[in-house]
Design a protein around this ligand. Structure first.
Ligand SMILES: *Cc1c(COP(=O)(O)O)cnc(C)c1O
Length: 522
């Protein structure tokens, strides 16, 4: 691998490449080597004509900027730069994206079409409610569906992701304890297999975190939970189905024990897609649960769109829900938003975000619900579980299932016992998948399973696609067993960039490009 002038690794070189072929330009197939936009653009040119300022610069009291240091590119150069970058990334629109826990499912185009309708897309958040009745109605219908599907009496729509929903839920719990004179409860119990956001959220709210042990069959250890509950515990945070892809069979006992100890039951609902339409969390004794609309309800993740993490709340927690929420005014007056912490909202703990949350995601999620209907949503859960079990069954003779007994829920979890003595690690195996055209599964999570590989196909993959994926895994597994370690140790050979120093990137991220520390292109 060579390093270019600004310290970024370039494409693989000679011996490291499978074919030994090296292009003259650093391009690959029809993909060009892509510099940063700052390296690409000139400083003296611009792609737009900016009219001279109307006001006298002296109005700015000496704060006038001489330059904003934007790289100057023409429209086609800018367009090509971003489209080329997009081609270097994997996307759910390109192939299966089997990241366990993340629920990367197809984003239906119908949702996109509805979200682009001018009545939704062009709304301003400060528009008077008299002019936004349609949007408020959609939020009200979405809230109704979320409450019905979860069997919970209230929902806060505003949180903007799962982790933000966890924060919302714990702030409700904290407010409820304070209102009941129970502020001495300072501990949150979290199972060892939890997603990192659970303990992080609890710590962020100011709680100390204590771990709950796991049983040999991958579930919450009830005896350990009972021993750790007490008058110092504010809440437990349990994921169900959990991050091992298993349903917590003792969930009713978990909620009973928790409530008897005076604590609240926060459920991480990121895996709701495995049970939607089949199990109502409200029936399990859950007090608060976030729902990732970008997981269960198919709205885009990350770069494809912001997340949304509405939180459903039990009767005990509902009075503390953050503003705003929708109320029906008397006949003929339509809907409005409760914005101020007074009257029925006097106990609200505050706000989670400016305005009402991710409106565009509400529209997409509601379109998804309405296009599936209640029976269709139930089938989503059934098909997600069926697909994961298909992978578990097909791969169990080849890889080692972490919990071989019985079926899994919506994701199949393997450990690295089957790689022992091959000289190949989970990381090597995942990187080799990239060369075969498949995005790797989630690696090394949950932490309770050694060398974990967590595969979540979702209901949107066909049997044909699942078979292609399993065929690739089988072929790679055979190569690993035959001792073809070269294939794994240097992988990925065919990606635009190879193995990056992820630790350095996380510890010392370079988030801005500075001309003073990097050479300005001529
Ligand atoms: C995705 C996920 C989260 C966090 O949700 P974000 O929307 O990414 O903030 C929390 N817990 C589990 C189990 C998850 O899979």
């Amino acid at each position: 691998m060579t390093i270019q002038s600004v310290g970024r690794p370039t494409r693989p070189e000679g011996e490291a490449s499978n074919t030994g072929f090296q292009s003259l330009t650093g391009g690959r197939g029809l993909l060009q080597n892509e510099p940063l936009i700052f390296e690409l653009g000139g400083w003296s040119k611009t792609g737009v004509d900016i009219p001279p300022a109307e006001h006298d610069a002296s109005d700015l009291a000496g704060l006038t900027r001489e330059s904003v240091d934007l790289p100057g590119l023409s429209e086609p150069e800018t367009m090509r730069h971003y489209v080329r970058l997009s081609q270097k990334n994997h996307a759910i629109d390109l192939a299966i994206y089997p990241l366990g826990s993340c629920t990367m499912k197809h984003n239906p185009r119908l949702n996109e079409k509805v979200a682009r309708m001018a009545g939704f897309a062009d709304l301003h958040p400060l528009a008077p409610v008299a002019t936004t009745q349609g949007a408020l109605q959609l939020m009200d219908r979405l809230a109704h569906w979320l409450k019905t599907l979860t069997g919970m009496p209230a929902v806060a729509l505003a949180p903007k992701a799962g982790a933000h929903g966890e924060l919302c839920g714990l702030l409700c719990i904290k407010a409820a304890h304070e209102a009941a004179g129970q502020s001495a409860r300072r501990t949150v119990l979290v199972p060892t297999s939890a997603h990192g956001t659970n303990p992080a959220t609890a710590a962020f709210v100011g709680y100390s975190v204590q771990e709950i042990a796991q049983t040999a069959d991958g579930r919450v250890d009830l005896a350990d939970l009972a021993a750790k509950l007490g008058p110092h515990v504010a809440a437990i945070m349990v994921t169900n189905p959990n991050t091992c892809g298993l349903f917590e069979r003792d969930v009713i006992s978990i909620s009973k024990l928790t409530h008897e100890a005076g604590a609240y039951f926060y459920c991480d609902g990121a895996n709701f897609n495995a049970i939607v339409g089949r199990v109502r969390p409200g029936d399990l004794g859950i007090d608060a649960m976030h729902i990732n609309l970008h997981k269960t309800f198919s709205t885009p993740h990350g770069g494809g769109g912001p997340g949304a993490g509405p939180v459903v709340l039990s009767k005990a927690l509902a009075p503390f829900a953050p503003a705003p929420w929708i109320v029906h005014r008397e006949a003929g007056l339509g809907l409005t938003l409760v914005e101020e912490p007074e009257h029925e909202a006097a106990q609200a703990f505050g706000r989670m975000s400016a305005f009402q949350g991710q409106m565009g995601m509400f529209v997409r999620a509601y379109a998804y619900m309405r296009s599936h209907g209640a029976d269709g949503l139930r089938q989503v859960a059934e098909d997600a579980v069926l697909n994961a079990n298909y992978i578990k069954a097909r791969m169990s003779g080849v890889m080692t299932a972490a919990f071989p007994d019985g079926p899994c829920m919506h994701e199949a979890l393997f450990d690295d016992a089957w790689l022992e003595d091959t000289g190949v690690t989970t990381l090597d195996f995942a990187k080799a998948m990239i060369d075969e055209g498949f995005h790797p599964m989630t690696m090394y999570f949950p932490l309770v399973v050694h060398g974990a590989m967590l595969i979540e196909p979702t209901e949107t993959e066909s049997k044909r696609e699942l078979d292609r994926f399993c065929d690739a895994l089988c072929a790679l597994a055979a190569a690993a067993r035959l001792g073809d370690t070269e294939r794994f140790k240097g992988a990925p050979y065919l990606a635009p960039l190879r193995r990056l120093d992820e630790t350095l990137a996380a510890r010392k991220p370079k988030l801005i490009w500075r001309p003073e520390i990097q050479p300005v292109p001529a």
